[in-house]
Design a protein around this ligand. Structure first.
Ligand SMILES: Nc1ncnc2c1ncn2[C@@H]1O[C@H](COP(=O)(O)OP(=O)(O)OP(=O)(O)O)[C@@H](O)[C@H]1O
Ligand SMILES: [Mg+2]
Length: 214
């Protein structure tokens, strides 16, 4: 049986990852493909518990960059082992909202943890698994945050620990993603999401179909 394709969505805050992931999975299902959605951090019982830990600082104890890195890695390792690898082996495609490149962008470029070490630890966490394609949803930081304001106002939600970081942090994250795309041009496809949602989704769909057929 052919192995399923592993598709990840990446990009700065508010670039549209979760909305496009949902729409993509629906379109793939409608087109007759077997597909599951996953998200990071989370996607397993352990991962969802870690997600909660990561969203807020414990009282009077800020989370250190290294501890943060390993929490993300633990969530990822569990997701890969419990969910992603078994699905791919059964020929099921997996669409994942954030994956390894998030750690490179946020903990590496954003927080300044050594990138080569992150890549090494990550390789261990994912058992060597890499996405067949990574859709880098790119948006200027200010526009991403405007979209989040609208979304969070609708949902009556507060900013989480990472969203509260200074603008400079988010600029480094975005530039970091662009750097990663230059480093892995065959895997990472940059897609400008500042335009109309349906047109952006159409572009994503074209890329994904090519990967599935290829
Ligand atoms: N092309 C677009 N035009 C206008 N609004 C958009 C577009 N794409 C997404 N949005 C809206 O922007 C908001 C943020 O999108 P979404 O939650 O998918 O981003 P995200 O990348 O998952 O964010 P986060 O980094 O917080 O997880 C949502 O309200 C979504 O409906
Ligand atoms: Mg999201």
């Amino acid at each position: 049986m052919r192995r399923g394709k592993f598709i990840t969505l990446e990009g700065p805050e508010g670039s549209g990852k979760s909305t496009h992931a949902r729409t993509l999975v629906a379109r793939m299902t409608q087109a007759g493909f077997s597909v599951i959605a996953a998200r990071e951090p989370g996607g397993t019982r352990l991962g969802e518990a870690i997600r909660k830990l990561l969203q807020q600082d414990a009282a009077d104890e800020p989370l250190g960059s290294e501890a943060e890195l390993f929490l993300f890695m633990a969530s990822r390792a569990q997701l890969v082992q419990q969910v992603i690898l078994p699905a791919l082996a059964k020929g099921i495609h997996v669409v994942c909202d954030r994956f390894a490149d998030s750690t490179s962008a946020y903990q590496g470029y954003g927080r300044g943890v050594d990138l080569d070490r992150i890549l090494m630890i990550n390789d261990l966490a994912v058992q060597g698994l890499m996405p067949d394609v990574t859709l880098l949803l790119d948006i200027p930081v200010a526009i991403g945050f405007e979209r989040l304001q609208v979304r969070n106002a609708d949902a009556n939600a507060q900013k989480d620990r990472i969203e509260r970081e200074a603008l400079g942090f988010h600029e480094r994250v975005r530039d970091g993603y662009l750097d990663l795309a230059r480093r892995w041009p065959d895997r990472i496809r940059r897609i400008d999401t500042s335009g109309v949602f349906s047109e952006v989704n159409e572009e994503l769909w074209r890329v994904v179909k090519r990967v599935i057929d290829g």
